[in-house]
Write a protein that binds this ligand. Sequence first.
Ligand code: NDP
Length: 446
Amino acid sequence: MNAYLASVLENVKTKHGNEPEFVQTVEEVLSSLEPVIEKHPEYEKVDLLGRMVEPERMFTFRVVWCDDNGQWHTNRGWRCQFNGAIGPYKGGLRFQKNVYEGIIKFLGFEQTFKNSLTGLPIGGAKGGSDFDPAGKSDAEVMRFCQSFMTALYRYIGPDVDVPAGDMGVGGREIGYLYGQYRRLKGVWENGVLTGKGLSYGGSLARKEATGYGLCYFTDNMLRANGRSFDGATVVISGSGNVAIYACEKATQLGARVVAMSDSAGYVYDPAGIDLDLVKQLKEVERRRIREYAERHPGAEYHEGCRDIWSIPCDIALPCATQNEINEASAKLLVQNGCCAVAEGANMPSTPEAIAVYRAAGLLFAPAKAANAGGVATSALEMSQNSMRFSWSFEEVDNRLRHIMTDLYHNAANAAEAYGMPGDLAAGANIAGFLKVGDAMLAYGVV
Ligand code: NDP
């Protein structure tokens, strides 16, 4: 890293020392930008990187709600509008008890580059709350969402900032959030949120998009290297939205998925995961993955999630959460013959794990590029909302497949152009940066 980039990073470490996830993602991005800064001194001249690591603005708000027993609770909500240089702010909401400012900033920074990479006109944002939806009734989740939106609605809009789901925020929550937005604003502006139900402006294939897109991207990467999903053994962490549809598409492409997990443990099913059962447990009944083994003879349940990476596989798709693969897990994957890791979750590999993949020559698809299919399809949902028109599942899925293929080539070409052929992580950072950076330069002082 040259002196300029090192000084930007030092500044971030000083200011955000208590936000390790944010520092980690900034370091990862800056570490690939040296050749860009060398080639384009105009960026350093106006301290473009110094600006890019600072969110444009961030709101913190109180969210008060009442549980079914009449007891009052106070949570904290956030929305970080990280960078709006190339379009309205866009990024999901995460409801999880460990959410704090550092997580929201890390996700907002990542989102800025990811959204740019899709080639669509969307800026980067993220939001959420330290509310834990686990074990709450529908009525409690509804009251929480209504209170959350009552605080948030004045800062968002179809041309301003368009939230979507993330961990803990699925179709049910988006419905409650949009219902409250409509009640407060008194207008039909369904382009204000994406991930909506089909009856009020959602897009076909949005639910599937992140997992499908991950597999489309990975398929491009595998094929460029003489491999494919066909006949491969795959391990997928998580059993939420991304994991379920990654499992579906990987299976359609000929792979056998043998393991999935949740935050308590994982199931190993050597015959291949029965996805209908996972959907029933997770999407319908909201149960634990443990019950898969209780209902499915031949499957094993293991307490704790980290050991899922000790299962031999050809392709690993981490689709649960940040930093879920550490150095030791990465070494196990390599020892057991894994040839590719593609990230469905945001930042699921620690820097040490990525160093292990690189040293062993694994194919590596970074989250920023590989999981961009969700937000890309959210942008397609926004387009359909603006046109007041709906495309068929096939139309959206086709567009998604093309976007993921273009995205793969953009990342691969940028890596090549800046002297790091095959390094998709560097290529994704560079290609994502250039578009946002050029827009910011064009605006002058922003
Ligand atoms: P969900 O809430 O639908 O699912 C998350 C899954 O991860 C659940 O199975 C959850 O288990 C598990 N999990 C949560 N915490 C841990 C942990 N500490 N260790 C192991 N497993 C854990 O979220 P999504 O599928 O939407 O998101 C998953 C990841 O993908 C996140 O990193 C998100 O930011 C990213 N992503 C999501 C997109 C989307 O469109 N949904 C788009 C792009 C990225 P449990 O049920 O026990 O909590």
